[in-house]
Design a protein around this ligand. Structure first.
Ligand SMILES: Cc1ncc(C[n+]2csc(CCOP(=O)(O)OP(=O)(O)O)c2C)c(N)n1
Ligand SMILES: [Mg+2]
Length: 375
């Protein structure tokens, strides 16, 4: 087991990729990670598999809705299912998630409803859900900003004397942001119970990760005094193990840990992006061979738990979630533009009330077609 001790260089896995399921479905062994998933038998792995299948279906359904003009924008996660499901399933209900815009599978695991997930992307509301209902803040589009929120929240956990943890999800590109680096300085200084979960999906929009870092991203963390691990982000079991290990370290006073989940964004950055302009088709084909869902399926089949009947049940679940998502999306109506001022402050300051009045006057200045006709 990887023992995390303060003040020492604990990046014992520097550069290496930790793995428990090979791309061909073989179950591998790793003495650091195995103890953290000793309770994950084929039945439990099947449940992780189901979540990944559902996550991919959420993604394809939402992408289709965007193409049909029902959503303004969608940030696909296809390819990153294991990184998100494995890490989210390691969390306790009292832990708290701070994410970017791509963690839709994490939101699903936390219990965010499909309707709430889509509010922002349909443009019908400015924020999707009440963070305290699900232990997950609404997504941050400002790259890296949520890492600061996660550290602040974690420092609050310590002050409360609680043993929960927070987790910050961010991308490879976010590691170049000042916010992320400042967050790591504070986390290390205050030994905050926070996990930095970096999904290295190889791209920051069109910028390949090699341009941002000559070294594995995980190797940066020890420079802040934060132990790190580099894990195969397409291996749901390895991600679950690494995240459980990191959370346990945080809960037991060992401070923060950094996980680099090495994965691949198979789709575009968002539905407004065309990745064929900056990457070769062969690259995608290479990563398809490393797909998380297929390797888990192969392992489950060889374990004898994924029968045709069980596969049909998984497909039914994905179909049901897709229906919930589609129905939820179509039920969302545009809200009064003035509601942008709601729920910002418990007691709005005078300056905001003035802005609201100005905006109301501005909206009222538009003449509708009917009014025009009667002039
Ligand atoms: C502070 C800030 N700078 C720039 C942007 C524009 N932007 C949106 S997404 C993105 C790339 C982020 O890449 P990464 O952190 O790897 O996350 P990924 O999209 O791959 O999940 C950028 C630069 C932004 N939203 N916020
Ligand atoms: Mg990225």
């Amino acid at each position: 087991m990887l023992t995390i001790r303060p003040g020492t260089d604990t990046s014992t896995r520097r550069g290496q990729l930790a793995r428990l399921i090979a791309p061909d479905g073989e179950r591998l062994h790793d003495s650091d990670l195995d103890p953290w998933v000793a309770d994950v038998f084929p039945e439990q792995l099947l449940s992780l598999y189901e979540d990944m299948v559902v996550a991919r279906r959420i993604d394809t359904e939402a992408t289709a809705l965007q193409r049909q003009g029902q959503l303004v924008l969608w940030p696909p996660l296809i390819g990153q299912e294991a990184a998100q499901i494995g890490s989210a399933r390691a969390l306790r209900i009292d832990d708290f998630v701070f994410s970017s815009y791509r963690e839709n599978a994490v939101a699903y695991v936390r219990g965010v409803t499909m309707t709430d997930l889509l509010r922002v992307w349909r443009g019908s509301q400015f924020s999707g859900w009440n963070p305290f209902d699900v232990g997950m803040a609404t997504p941050t589009v400002i790259i890296g900003a949520q890492t600061l929120h996660a550290v602040g929240y974690a420092m609050g956990i310590t002050k409360d004397g609680a043993d929960a943890a927070s987790i910050a999800y961010f991308g490879d590109g976010a590691t170049s942001e000042g916010d992320t680096n400042e967050a790591m300085v504070f986390a290390a200084a205050y030994r905050a119970p926070v996990v930095f979960f970096c999904q290295n999906n190889q791209y920051a929009i069109s910028e390949p990760v090699g341009l941002q870092s000559q070294k594995p991203l995980a190797d940066r963390a020890p420079g802040f005094g934060i132990p790190s691990i580099r894990v195969d982000g397409n291996d749901v079991l390895a991600v679950l193990a690494a995240t459980r290990m990191a959370l346990e370290g945080a809960r037991t006073g060992n401070g923060p840990m950094f996980i680099e989940a090495v994965t691949y964004r198979m789709g575009p950055h968002t539905t407004s992006d065309d990745p064929t302009r900056y990457r070769e088709p062969a690259e995608l084909e290479t990563w398809k061979e490393l797909d998380a869902i297929e390797r888990t399926r192969l392992l489950l089949v060889s374990d004898g738990v994924l029968t045709a009947e069980r596969e049909a049940l998984v497909a039914d679940r994905a179909k049901a979630v897709a229906k919930e998502l589609r129905d939820g999306c179509l039920s969302l109506r545009a809200r009064d533009p003035l509601t942008i001022f709601d729920d910002v402050y418990a007691e709005p300051p005078a300056s905001l009330t003035r802005q609201r009045d100005d905006y109301a006057a501005y909206l009222a200045s538009f003449v509708t077609g009917d009014e025009e006709a009667t002039r």
